[in-house]
Design a protein around this ligand. Structure first.
Ligand SMILES: *Cc1c(COP(=O)(O)O)cnc(C)c1O
Length: 401
């Protein structure tokens, strides 16, 4: 495609292209690195070097699990590698139904429906349920897919201050009682690792007659004694109307789901455009996801080990002098300051085989650039201690601690 030299598209392309080239020249470009091989659960091979993986969302270390790999292979033998098209018309595979039952059971819901990614799930579910004249209220730090779903819905879109229940309630009070309202939040926030105040959100939604939708991308397998997520964490049952999650993080596959009341799920199956106009999950990925939920229940030690590793990592970084913000989970922000400081920290860590990634503006406010490091159940405590040492040495070198 040829670009006109001074239209706004070519200007945007040029600015970003130059930023990327400059980053590469300065050895400060870290995106899209080639993972050549997975070595055990917590190590990867990059440019021929084995690195400790601290940028994974596979919190329970299930990627490569023999039972899950085997389930995927069997599904290929039985169903092949694709689905013949959309489920509504070309037929729904029995393995899709099995997975949706497994999810409903795992989430203590009446039913569940799957889509081909978590991103698409948020887009299609929010925009199918909500429309012009309705209100959607979204936490300021919610994931981009929630923001996009809200915008796509055409509903009145209000953002409340992060995890601020007074602000949420104040905004709800301003909406007339007979109008449909949906409150949406992440359960665990993806940049900060903190947990939403579910008891208060649920109470406020009930009081104001608002539906509650929760994105559990970072809480399934992470929160709750058996990894069932945020309701189990707070000892609450059935306070979330729409339980959304992804199959691409703790669950080592691809796809997204929502679980909830049966009539709601039936409605989505017949009204959401991503279900009706887009092909379903491939058999191997469906079977892998189905088996992964079972492995979580069969191997509860993984959740205990994850919790232990998270505490070890957070406490170690804190005692080295870092600010880890409000995290209490496996997502650990390591506050650096300027974007450049975060890039230098990343470069130093990666030079010492610790694979962490920076998060800089505009993804986070300027001056709050950070490393976002994650630990999983696949890390050994000794590996985590070493990663803390590497990050601390870099932090001292550039004067953050
Ligand atoms: C990753 C993520 C998604 C998107 O899920 P994908 O399956 O990767 O498309 C949605 N919400 C949150 C909070 C996420 O972190």
């Amino acid at each position: 495609m040829e670009f006109n030299t001074d239209d706004s598209v070519s200007r945007r392309v040029k600015i970003l292209t130059e930023r990327i080239s400059k980053g590469k020249e300065d050895d400060m470009y870290f995106y899209n690195q080639p993972i050549e091989e997975l070595r055990g659960g917590a190590k990867v091979l990059v440019h021929g070097r084995e690195m400790g993986m601290y940028a994974s969302y596979g919190y329970l270390g299930l990627l490569g699990h023999p039972r899950i790999n085997e389930a995927a292979r069997k599904a290929i033998d039985k169903f092949g590698t694709g689905t013949n098209g959309v489920r509504t018309l070309a037929g729904s595979l029995t393995i899709h139904e099995e997975l949706e039952e497994t999810i409903a059971h795992f989430k203590h819901a009446e039913a569940a429906v799957t889509f081909t990614s978590g991103y698409v799930t948020n887009l299609t579910v929010i925009s199918t349920l909500m429309g012009r004249g309705d209100y959607v209220l979204s936490d300021k730090l919610n994931h981009a897919s929630i923001v996009d779903g809200c915008l796509m819905s055409g509903a009145e879109f209000r953002r409340f201050k992060h995890n601020d229940m007074e602000d949420l309630e104040h905004r709800l009070e301003q909406i007339p009682a007979n109008i449909s309202k949906l409150v949406i939040t992440d359960a665990v926030f993806s940049m900060d690792g903190d947990v939403i105040d579910l008891p208060r959100v649920a109470e406020i939604c009930k009081k104001h007659g608002a539906y509650l939708m929760m994105d559990e991308a970072h809480s399934v397998g992470v929160l709750g004694k058996t990894g069932r997520g945020i309701e189990e964490h707070f000892g609450l049952e059935d306070v979330i109307d729409i339980k959304m999650g992804t199959l691409s993080k703790t669950i080592p596959s691809i796809g997204g789901y929502v679980a909830g009341r049966k009539d709601l799920i039936t409605y989505l199956r017949h009204a959401s455009r991503a279900y009706i106009f887009s092909a379903a999950l491939p058999p191997a990925q469906t079977a892998a996801a189905n088996e992964a939920f079972k492995v979580i229940l069969d191997e509860p030690w993984r959740i205990e080990k994850l919790n232990h590793n998270s505490q070890l990592f957070i406490n170690g970084l804190k005692s080295a002098g870092f600010d880890t913000m409000l995290t209490t989970t496996a997502i650990v922000p390591v506050l650096c300051g300027s974007d450049e400081q975060a890039f230098i920290m990343t470069r130093e860590a990666q030079r010492h085989d610790v694979f962490v990634m920076p998060v800089v503006s505009p993804a986070v406010p300027e001056g709050l650039a950070r490393l976002r490091a994650t630990v999983t159940a696949a890390h050994e405590p000794s590996e985590i201690e070493r990663a803390i040492d590497v990050i601390a040495t870099a932090g001292k070198q550039i004067g953050i601690i």
